[in-house]
Write a protein of this length. Sequence first.
Length: 408
Amino acid sequence: MGNDVKMGSLASSFIFAIPALPNKGDQMWFFTDEERELKEVCHSFAQNELAPSAAEHDENESFNLDAFKKMGELGLLGITADPEYGGSGLGACASTIVMEEFGAACASSTLSYLAHTILTVNNINNNASPEQKERFLPKLISGEWIGCMGMSEPEHGSDALGIETKAVKQGDYYLINGTKMWITNAEYSDIAYIYARTGEKKKDISTFIVEKGCEGFSTAGPIHKLGMRASPTGELIFDNAKIPVSNIVGNPGDSTYHMLKNLEMERITISGISLGIANACVDQSLRYANERKQFGRPIGDFQMIQRMIAEMVTERDMMKHFLYSVTKEYDQGKKGPTVAAEIKLALPKMATKIALDTIQLMGGYGYSREFPAERYLRDSKLNEIGAGTNEIMVLIIAKNMLKKYQNQ
Ligand SMILES: Cc1cc2nc3c(=O)[nH]c(=O)nc-3n(C[C@H](O)[C@H](O)[C@H](O)COP(=O)(O)OP(=O)(O)OC[C@H]3O[C@@H](n4cnc5c(N)ncnc54)[C@H](O)[C@@H]3O)c2cc1C
């Protein structure tokens, strides 16, 4: 074969040679001391609690419940929630730091973390009444309860405002009928934050907090997926589900703004997972290029491999600087939906390209399940679909920018 090392022994030597987690991503110069410390803490948590079992959970399509509970003990499950309910009161930048560090170790556990903290806890914190916050937030933040958010339906994904799940008021209850599809954490959730139609107009959308075990409510799943396999995905089924009036969030028909606003946070923070995946890919590629020899030299000596490395490092650095500088401005109220869509359009696509290049750089070993590169690719692809597809991001950016110039 002309190799310095036989293929089988090379593969097994790499299994031990590659550490469980890549070097932690750089701190940004503008991070606060608190954010720097958060990055360090999340890096070692990811190293110890997520990375070692990431491949196993992917293989078995199992949820890392232990790690989730420990995130609660560390105080990470209420990262954006108000301190009076047990939260940390931090913003998009801090949340993205967690996503980056966790995402490099186990992207799918991170997706479940995102569904809990950003889609459920953040939504309740921003939109629910003080009484509802008191009832739901402390248990969600401690990790005693798991949450999910139900917006998508079998017939309405990109067209989120077209949802058909209906809620009709009957005395002290709303009767809800319909199905929510693709719901991260569905089967594990103690509560679901869901949207349902309460009127005839397109914008007559209301929010309800649905508690596990309530009459007429059930879940189905798991849905088997290409990637993000350690993140359980399922359905929420409402068959004359009886939801107390006290569980409606805000005024009936007032939820469209809240829904769209939280999607901005979701799009920014899910892109942090893409950055984490890119970090893991770059790390894997650099190690491999130095260690793997062909024609008597490390493959990193070959200029075509160097080109791949140079491009992926440059793209990863662009992702990082774009994501964090905009996220900081978002926290300061200077940026909104257009830039959240830009981030979401750019980063997941770049991460998928970097993951593909990582596989190419590693040849057959990259394509094999002995190395994590193929998992990075499978996980990365989801971020081009969930939280709004690439195509929907294009529509948002183009529409908003064209409108801006029409008014000038
Ligand atoms: C693993 C996973 C986890 C998820 N978690 C959640 C969750 O926790 N909660 C939740 O509510 N949802 C969740 N989703 C749903 C996700 O948000 C939707 O899958 C996504 O919005 C796309 O909807 P869809 O799958 O119905 O695709 P569709 O909307 O049917 O789109 C199909 C294709 O048509 C394109 N398309 C659609 N409309 C247009 C248009 N106007 N112009 C051009 N192209 C268009 C799309 O870009 C796509 O390529 C999850 C999905 C997955 C796969």
